[in-house]
Ligand binder design. Sequence first.
Ligand SMILES: C[S@@+](CC[C@H](N)C(=O)[O-])C[C@H]1O[C@@H](n2cnc3c(N)ncnc32)[C@H](O)[C@@H]1O
Length: 395
Amino acid sequence: MSRIKEAKKQQYRVTENKQAREIAFEYLKSYDLEKAIEFGLPEVDDRYHIWRVPLKSLKGETIGEVTIDAITTLVNDKKSSQKDVLESRLLGRKYNKEGVKSKSNGQIKPKVSSLKNTIGLGDSEELLAQTPSESVDLVFTSPPYYNARPEYADYITYEEYLLKMRKIINQCHRVLNDGRFFVINISPVLIRRANRSEASKRIAVPFDFHQLFIQEGFEFVDDIIWIKPEGAGWATGRGRRFAADRNPMQYKAVPVTEYILVYRKKTDKLIDWHIRNTDPELVEESKIDDDYEKTNLWKIHPAYHKIHPAIFPLELAEKVVKYYSFKNDVVLDPFAGTGTVGEAAVKHNRRFVLYELSPEYMEIIKSQAENWLQGQAKDINWINVEHNTANLYLF
Ligand SMILES: C[S@@+](CC[C@H](N)C(=O)[O-])C[C@H]1O[C@@H](n2cnc3c(N)ncnc32)[C@H](O)[C@@H]1O
């Protein structure tokens, strides 16, 4: 084996049959097919750094395979058998590539999700794995902050952080409907110097995320700049040295903006097609009034919360919800924090799916949900959350 291949092999995170089977099991579970399908013997292919897990019907016939990237542990969707193919083969039918056609005009219609408002406590990678494919119409989120200082870091290295984010983007791609949008609020991260002999650094997180979106099957649509009129409080110390000395090369701009990056799940359908094939009443009711943002520079005051350090303003979430989804659509935030996206969704008659890891922040969501929903909180699908709707009514 060449040295390069050997070096790549050292990076494998999937090294055993058992791990490959477990990943394939989760893939089948996301299709609700885990009880109908068994596995053949997984094999590693060192040429492409992948594992192939053969899929068999309970009668023992081979009906497909799951392909797993040995380094990232991600299932390669394009090279794995899809749900409709597996279902057809299980039923012994020939697979019809054109899928379900509407009776009226021979065209495939956009899917209408049956998800109800959902709030889940836990790692969104795991919660998303249990979320049905193509059940969400918009993702709007801002990811957890990468902090390189070992005493605070949740991620051992920046690469580990990006891999975790990639896995979540990968799942979001699966749960997002065809041609729908993933909008992300993100900005470079300042790594403060550990001591006086070191320099502080900025990591260009948005540009690394861009790569992840492209790798996971999204196309780039827009870069919106959110400008905070009074600046970003945490960063104001950045230009201090230059302000005092005015030496060239010491210049550092004080950041007062964040990115709102807009991606679309790759599709062969035009946006016009979505509008033509969505319930005309919903399209009419979702029209945006005259007072909309005309350029990619959005001036919005930042928001602060006494418990959560990094919330985005409701106004920002409302704009994204209005501009990129229709009424009755399902809006997902896999890093929900205090649940701002949920509040914006309800305000504009959309449904929401909120996943949050921290029990402390979940308490905030719990206490707010009844306010947003005005008596309808009992209909929420709670996952891993102890809740008592009777108590919720007290807020
Ligand atoms: C930047 S904050 C989002 C704040 C939110 N936009 C708001 O307005 O309240 C990111 C959130 O992601 C959560 N988080 C981090 N890792 C997570 C994971 N693996 N699964 C779910 N939530 C996670 C953090 O606890 C944090 O609340």
